[in-house]
Design a protein around this ligand. Structure first.
Ligand code: GLN
Length: 469
């Protein structure tokens, strides 16, 4: 990473860089609204960071669904307004211990439920490439902050696409790690069997130093493991011998023509770099959307039960305990969160459990097996991230189904627990960015990075910047 190297070589100081990030944020954020909280004391903390530490005082931003001690955490929801977490998420703590400086918290759809940041209770974030368009979601604030050059990297979370899709919409890179590779401790839970914490940055090179610090077993998250060594190590210098699968199910009717064209061109480039391109099938892809929109709300309905006005502020109602629950939740949860709680509660209810939740779990296994089969023959799978480029703010407002359809290509990786790397691969006719994802077998992020680096070594899409400020 260029910025990190400059810090390590003493060409700049963490304090100067942190101040510059804050100044750029101040100049641009009135039009972007990428931040929910900015820490004005960041430059002071920056001056105390040890230059010799691995991240040497690198300033970064954190999605406001991860806990950072000393900074408010809202999760984009009114129900957590004013909440100050007394602890820091493991992923963030590891970065801080390695010398990163957190400059603020970024906007998100309420509890990470959404694909546009329009569900944030604190207002939408605008796409730096076109302020009338959404930045994607739910990590839209982090994506916009990176794309606008406010921070060199930012943390996001991906339960069904929320790192890859905003990366695609904002023309940057992003990694959604293997489930269990990065600790979820200190992440407000949405769909616990799907949630993963990852990174957004301009290029693959910007992701790697943070990724290396964040991974590993955490005693505070029983689903984490130390990564076993991957079976086939790929070279970043040449893609000769690398097998890349292209799934027919991801190039379907309804996808924006330019998205398909740019992704196919990117795949051609991988071939020119020496990769072998292999057509494959992931036969259960079409079920990912219904399966996800049963399982994720089911898990969310349980996870969100804790926001009841008892332990967290604010509290409404006083007649009875039920009155407190009803009024607090009714008043402070947004419409999408309420919709998910109702969907999830219904899917888990005694009469319907087998028909919906039980069935969805079985189909999830079939989706995972599709990937297991595919990875017997290929090292990575290349596919579009979203069927369209960034849409206009408000255009999906009263149509939740249209919004859910945006996730069609990202959900399978979460259901299967596999990693996904987002890479910018070009633009549409309106100059809106287009992304491609590389999915890999569990714990093969290093291979995805190698392929991504080879691609970015041969192309300049990751160097394109929006014309903003
Ligand atoms: N858009 C998907 C949802 O609303 C994914 C969100 C996410 O990855 N956090 O559930």
């Amino acid at each position: 990473m260029k910025t990190l190297k400059e810090l390590q070589d003493g060409k700049t100081t963490s304090r100067a860089l942190t101040k510059a990030c804050l100044a750029r944020g101040e100049a641009l954020d009135s039009s972007l609204h990428a931040f929910l909280h900015v820490d004005e004391s960041a430059p002071e903390r920056a001056s105390q960071v040890d230059k010799e530490s691995p991240l040497a005082g690198l300033p970064i931003a954190v999605k406001d669904i991860l806990m950072v001690e000393g900074m408010p955490a809202t999760c984009g929801s009114k129900i957590l307004e004013g909440f100050m977490p007394p602890f820091t998420a493991t992923s963030v703590k590891k970065l801080q211990d390695a010398g990163a400086v957190i400059i603020g918290k970024t906007n998100t759809d309420e509890f990470a439920m959404g694909s546009s940041t329009e569900n944030s209770a604190y207002g939408v974030t605008h796409n730096p490439w076109n302020l009338d368009r959404v930045p994607g979601g739910s990590s839209g604030g982090s994506a916009a902050a990176v794309a606008a050059g406010i921070v060199p990297a930012a943390l996001g979370t991906d339960t069904g696409g929320s790192i890859r899709q905003p990366a695609s919409f904002c023309g940057i890179s992003g990694i959604k790690p293997t489930y269990g590779r990065v600790s979820r401790y200190g992440l407000a839970a949405y769909g616990s069997s799907l949630d993963s914490v990852g990174i957004l940055g301009r290029s693959v090179d910007d992701l790697i130093p943070l990724f290396e610090v964040m991974v590993g077993k955490d005693p505070l998250d029983a689903t984490t493991v130390d990564a076993p060594s991957i079976t086939r190590k790929l070279s970043a210098e040449s893609l000769v011998g690398t097998r890349i699968g292209v799934p027919a199910e991801y190039f379907v009717k309804g996808i924006q023509a330019e998205v398909e064209e740019r992704v196919r061109e990117a795949i051609k480039m991988l071939k020119m770099l020496g990769a072998e391109i292999i057509p494959i099938n992931l036969p259960h892809t079409e079920y990912a959307l219904p399966v996800y929109y049963i399982l994720a709300p089911a898990e969310a309905s349980a996870n969100l039960a804790r926001y009841d006005g008892i332990r967290y502020t604010p509290r409404e109602g006083e007649k009875s305990l039920e009155d407190v629950y009803r009024q607090t939740r009714g008043k402070h949860f947004g419409a999408e969160v309420e919709r998910r709680i109702m969907l999830g509660t219904y899917a888990l209810s005694a009469g319907y459990y087998d028909a919906y939740y039980g069935q969805a779990q079985k189909v999830r296994t079939l989706i995972r097996r599709d990937f297991e089969e595919a990875f017997k023959n290929v090292d990575a799978i290349a596919a579009p991230i979203a069927p369209t480029t960034a849409f206009e703010i408000g255009s999906h407002g009263d149509d939740p189904l249209a919004m859910y359809l945006e996730d069609i290509f990202t959900l399978p990786a979460n259901l299967a627990g596999v990693p996904g790397l987002a890479l910018p691969v070009g633009f549409d006719g309106d100059n809106m960015p287009i992304g491609m994802q590389l999915m890999g077998a569990p714990f093969s992020e290093e291979n995805l990075f190698a392929i991504g680096r080879a691609y970015q070594g041969a192309t300049d899409w990751h160097k394109e910047k929006p014309n903003i400020g």
